[in-house]
Ligand binder design. Sequence first.
Ligand code: ZN
Length: 1004
Amino acid sequence: MNSTRNEQPRQRQDAPGQPAATPRRTWRGGIAGTVVLLALALTTGLTRAAETRIQLDGQLNDWAGVDRHADPVGDDLHGHHDLAAVAVHHDPSWLYLLVELDRGNGDFYGNSNRVEQVVVYLDTDHDAATGFRVGPEGREIGAEFALVSSRRVSTRTSSEGTLYRGGDPWYGNSRAAEEAVLVGNVSGNRGLPRVEQQEAIHAFETGVPLDAIGLAAGGRLAIAVRAGRSGTGAQADWLDRPLSVAVPPPVHLGTLRWRSPTLEYRLSAPDEGMGLVGLRHIGLDRAFLRVPDRADAARLWSIALTANPADPAAQISVSNTTPAEHREARAEDGLWTLTWQGVALPDQSTIDVVVRCRPGAATGGLDDWRIEVTYHSTTFGILQTCFPTLELGVIGDSGEDDTIILAPAEGRSLRNPIAWGLDKAGPQINTDITTDNVAIETPPGQVDFGGFGAARPHGLPYPGGRGQMQLAAYYEKTGDAYYPDVRPGAGLYLATHDDALYPKLIFCTPQSRRGALLFEIAHHPDDSARPGLAHRPPYPVVLGGFTGDWYDATQLYRQWAVTARWSRPGPLAGREDVPTWLKEMTAMIRADVRKADQETVLPLLAPMREALAGTLGIQWYFWSAWEKRPDTTGYAFPARPEGPPGFEAIVAGLQAQKMAVFPYMNTRLWNDGEGDEVTPWLMRRQSGETFHEGHAAHPCVQTAFWQDYLTRACRELTQRYAPMGIYLDQGAEAQFGGHPNWQGCHHPDHGHPRGVTRDMVQAEYDRVERIYRAAREARPDVVLCGEGNAECFNDIVSNKLIHYEIWPGAVPLFAAVYHDYVTAYGRTALLVAKDPSDPIPAMRIGWQLAMGNQIGRVWTGAIGAQHADKPHYAEHLDYLRRATVVRQRFPAFLCVGRMLRPPFVDGALPTITTNEFLRLDHRVTLPAAVGSTWQAADGSLGVLWTNMSRQTVELVFWIDPALAPGKALERAYDDGGMAADTALGPQVRRIALPPLGIAFYTLR
Ligand SMILES: [Zn+2]
């Protein structure tokens, strides 16, 4: 037997039960140590408290439910290294230990420059006859591994856990040192095991991956723990009883193992519920899920049901693990079927659930999953069917390079989303990935929307500003969020492909302590919570593995999206119903003079017209006669089509100067006290209360009254003033959320199905379409603009206000799918920062230019002689002017072109940070230079570069070689300030972009 056997002294063992503090023996061979003699080896199972999830982060409260194995206090000879207790825990992949030390009356660490150690010896074959023989006398184990945590007293620095095989170099025995083989630092990114300075207890946590110590499933290991000084003569305290620990078999991973072209799915057995226990990228061998603790707790779907929609507390939930009469799984050629028959409901009735997958059958060769719920209850109705429910885990060995993308606003990416909840407290944790930082919690007693957030209970509602597409993805990527990585990582595509306007909620809930991110797609039945209705969403949930990043995910989605109903009119470049002036609009101005006379806007717009190139949009707030009245406050709710005298001439005058007027018309609200005729048509919540937002109520979009009102108002507006556009605030989206207060209209007399339904979304589409047609009767080329319009309005709403032009981790998901289908402009463009040194004006202009936006919104009064002396005003104005010039010069690319993969850049670019962002912690950091790649309708390619900083940025870039084989980059535009531009190859350039410089390349 090839084992390491260290000679150990044999000494008399104390009788069981003897006070542990009495006899101390010094070991032979120079190993000084106090040996606490043990009674019997304690046989223990690992603590498996259901909710215990250990994170190696130095925070020890996650050990609260784990049993301690106590060691007598005061049993070390010198009172310096007194073990108090050890706790052991494991999950499917790691073994964790908590070590608590007692410092007694003295200063535990003293003042010397010595190294304190705690060594955990692991006998992984549970055979004392093999391995390095260590432990309390008479109870030695045969350790295969030593996990050493050291701490240098003088500097109070702690080391990471270091794993040795075959010995322990610090043991103070030459043989033990000779045999020790360094396996490595095992704590990795799981946190530094460290000794925490606490009042009475010094404690630390450490851990080791099970596969690093070759632990066999279903086996046992023995653990001995020694605290002491390293080297000869050190005092030590052994845990008096080596622990014998059972390692249960890992989660049953292989029961159902199905492979599609891109993913390997592992599901638990039918008797365990057929939950998803593994999901693996086949090509790159990367797992996307957190390994569940138990196979019979693994998730796949859940259904929220209620017997009383008005009472959120009456809601119940069943899932794939709920007891059922019969479950079975079948895999036939090209079709996988999972059946749950007779899933028990509390009223003794049942539902049946069938999940089917046609692997590889969805667009892009991805997997087409469907769920069907058949219903046998007359008591409970379905509120939501959640499918899939995935517990996303760390991809590969670190969460630092994991990214989730979701489509609130025009797209958000979030790095290390599993740790999302750890570094922020309170409601903020949910706001990174939504559109706003409205508080998540509703104050008690206050009826409100309940806040925004991707996490439960709110979720990202589709279709809406906070859910503009049905796309999400989770992938591994290093480096900058926006630019591509030359070594693309593994990605999981998560989407639905539905063009029939069904509402959905995507929940993305961080469970950081568990090491998981819960991803769920909730589907809504045709009549929310009506008992007896089956629920068969007629569209696929599409899962698939891909290689790459956000851009690759958007292009998979685009393959389907351009076939969807709303894409039928085709790309903008070929659309005759969309006027050229809109396609080539360069910038959007936000006009707003509040109560002042309408004419007072003209001297504010004149310098803008003079400074900027191309057609400008004028998004006009507070223009109506109602809003100008001295006895009114706020906006005209409902929208009113009457302007003050002379408005018609003002509109005509501006439009003659290529300033397209978009009057503001709200589509959602009706002020209290503005007429009783609306009362029967107001939305009601589940509770029966009228749906209010501040001092205005929501008329129901599903009623003819409200559709007729808005259609008439927009027709009259267009007839009277002939604006080139109409800005429909709060339109072109379905408004709902996961919060119980925000569940569609439940008015019993409106005649529509109640709650969040397809009917609700269809009604929204219908009313916007009616507005569009009515307005076009009056002016055939008028266009509609919405705020954060969702994709399904693209055919009738050709312009949109985007939420924020910059955002941490900005990735233009919507533009990468739809830039050639709908035009957009940003929220804010100002030329002077609050702090003159802050780069936000340039960041907003530059990022929008590179993303192919109409640059906006240039605020009323932002341009004019009154600013001339302000710092950087002139250079920002010039940057904005040049941005409009470049858009005017290359509209086939920047205005209506298809967005391609961004250029590759060599190495990391310098970054630029603003502290004046309006949301989150006010900070956004972006690459200082931003490049984008475009394809015109004729197939030709262009590359834009701009430098948003005040320093010259040198960089090397190239484009995806697959895009234009054989063609060469040629500079078609620059500001004249290019310090250097060297061709390193036909499609590779080294450039030096001057501060606020813009360059455009074409490929010939
Ligand atoms: Zn209604």
